[in-house]
Design a protein around this ligand. Sequence first.
Ligand code: ADP
Ligand code: ADP
Ligand code: ZN
Length: 219
Amino acid sequence: MSNIILLGPPGAGKGTQARLLTEGRGMEQLSTGDMLRAARTSGTEMGKKVAAVMDRGELVTDEIVIGLIAERLRDGSTGGFIFDGFPRTLAQADALGELLKRSGTDLDAVIEIRVDDKALEDRITGRFTCGNCGEVYHDRTKPTDKAGICDACGSTDLRRRPDDTAEALRTRMLAYYRDTSPLIGYYYHAGDLFVVDGLAEIPKVAASIAAILDQAGSS
Ligand code: ADP
Ligand code: ADP
Ligand code: ZN
């Protein structure tokens, strides 16, 4: 069992790789972005509060996302957790360390998915997902087999995110550089950091991550 963080800018491929790990290794994906979007859909007070912030591409407060993660960690996971899009600030990273320690576990690897900034606008503006099963697609690099129908579950509920625009991406990149990129140094210092080439094709990125996990698991 391992607990890992997938770290990288918007569009790096964190969600795509997290899903593959869930299917292949029985790990559990914890995506704060997905949890926040679920809160919006179900119309909770918190969901209403974060909607405009998310659409602009800014970060929601540490308190909210740490609360979401704390709740999910309480029950543990037999296959290990994949933190996808969390932590995004140093305060979140400290909180995660504490939460894991309290539940008697630890982080096994922090995997930075490194992607040239130039590739991100195309990744983000071409992205769509299945509203039913969460499968992630791309207009050019990962289209559905049949137009308008999810390969994985057959649903026709294919969606684009309101923040997947070139304009919101600029705000999200600023947040990434200002608040999230310091985590690379933080985890490097802790000895937990691994880097994979996120510009490679999806199965190749998955193979690089698998090699890291096998190594981390056997040491
Ligand atoms: P991406 O695919 O760009 O990595 P996510 O789905 O992870 O995006 O996040 C979408 C939005 O949700 C973010 O722009 C931010 O507003 C909010 N969000 C998600 N995770 C966090 C977090 N850990 N801290 C603060 N805000 C978050
Ligand atoms: P993140 O969760 O980091 O924001 P996603 O996994 O949602 O990123 O991927 C962003 C977009 O790029 C999606 O449309 C996805 O299909 C596509 N994508 C992901 N990984 C790759 C890759 N290695 N090569 C080409 N396209 C990719
Ligand atoms: Zn689907």
